[in-house]
Design a protein around this ligand. Structure first.
Ligand code: PMT
Length: 211
């Protein structure tokens, strides 16, 4: 099967010296890419900036911004059987990019932000993707119910929910503890390394029938 996996954070530039980003290390997405490749699948990893090595045998596209990730996913969907969107894509970006470094002006400053394109939300409705679609939900409360909301709104086959308020799992940690939310049931995976969690997710990904 052919997998497309997104990973890592995006960076939304403000001026030549600054950008908006988040705490994603890329580990969860890279672990998924490694597990899928280990199981003999063709894998394309589309990643924002990380310090990780690309797993051997995995095709790789490096991006920086949400817009670049959106464009890369749209352009590479041909022939993809399973898409897993793990990246922590910025939801907002600065409205204006300043060519010059922004100078200090007074005690307060207001940044104007605009929405970035929703990659997961575009998969079915804009890109017409027909394969198995797996999203992630990074939540700080009611993880299962928010994940179910995303499953339904974004027409996913599975959403992996994780609690990003904890420092021992989720963002920038070696372990995770997730709930797999399917249309008709849920499955809780105990805290484990991201590599082991990834193996379970890939196993499910290969047997789900896309809607
Ligand atoms: O990278 P690590 O340090 O290993 O951390 C892993 C993780 C916490 C980043 C990962 O497990 C995780 O939760 N990834 C999703 C992060 C996220 O942005 O979640 P969200 O609930 O805001 O977004 C929901 C889904 O929409 C995600 O599949 C996301 O990739 C996607 N999305 C979000 C915004 C956007 N503009 N386009 C998208 O496709």
């Amino acid at each position: 099967m052919r997998f497309l996996i997104t990973a890592g954070p995006t960076r939304e530039p403000l001026d030549p010296a600054r950008y908006l980003t988040n705490r994603s290390s890329g580990r969860m997405g890279y672990a998924l890419a490694g597990a899928a490749r280990h199981d003999g699948h063709d894998v394309l990893l589309i990643s924002g900036p990380t310090t990780l090595d690309v797993p051997p045998g995995v095709d790789f596209i490096q991006v920086e911004t949400a817009q670049q990730m959106y464009d890369a996913v749209r352009d590479m969907l041909d022939g993809v059987d399973v898409a897993i969107l793990t990246a922590a894509v910025a939801d907002y970006r600065p409205v204006a990019y300043s060519e010059q470094k922004i100078k200090k002006q007074g005690e307060r400053m207001v940044l104007e932000l605009e929405r970035t394109p929703d990659i997961l939300g575009s998969m079915r409705s804009v890109f017409g993707f027909k394969g198995t679609l797996i999203g992630f939900a990074a939540e700080t409360q009611d993880v299962e119910s928010y994940a179910r909301g995303k499953l339904e709104r974004k027409q996913c086959d599975m959403v992996v929910g994780n609690d990003v308020s904890r420092s021992d799992i989720g963002f920038d940690s070696r372990e995770n503890e997730v709930v797999l939310v399917f249309p008709d049931h849920v499955e809780y995976l105990e805290k484990d390394t991201k590599e082991h969690i990834a193996m379970h997710i890939i196993e499910h990904a290969t047997i789900i029938r896309p809607k």
